[in-house]
Design a protein around this ligand. Structure first.
Ligand SMILES: [Zn+2]
Length: 81
């Protein structure tokens, strides 16, 4: 890897955001389940449930994968298969 390429890569990684994505419809229009009055879906003290989100597009409630922004298109393509 040349210097120029390496610098570009580091820069790219530093500014790439990780976003939650709905595993059902591929929307990134998610909100944390805690804020939506679904406290029954979120037993406190169980770490895995802290990441539960609600999809505002298809009403999926559950754990959503977190992807770097540039992976979102690939993920959506996989969903359609
Ligand atoms: Zn959805």
């Amino acid at each position: 890897m040349g210097d120029k390429k390496l610098i570009k890569y580091v820069f790219y990684r530093a500014f790439m955001k990780d976003v939650s994505i709905c595993p059902k419809c591929g929307s990134t229009n998610l909100k944390p389940a805690t804020l939506a009055g679904t406290s029954d879906a979120l037993p406190l003290g169980r770490g895995v449930d802290f990441n539960k989100s609600i999809c505002e597009d298809c009403e999926y409630v559950g754990i959503c994968p977190i992807l770097p922004e540039n992976e979102i298109d690939n993920f959506r393509k996989e969903l359609k298969k």
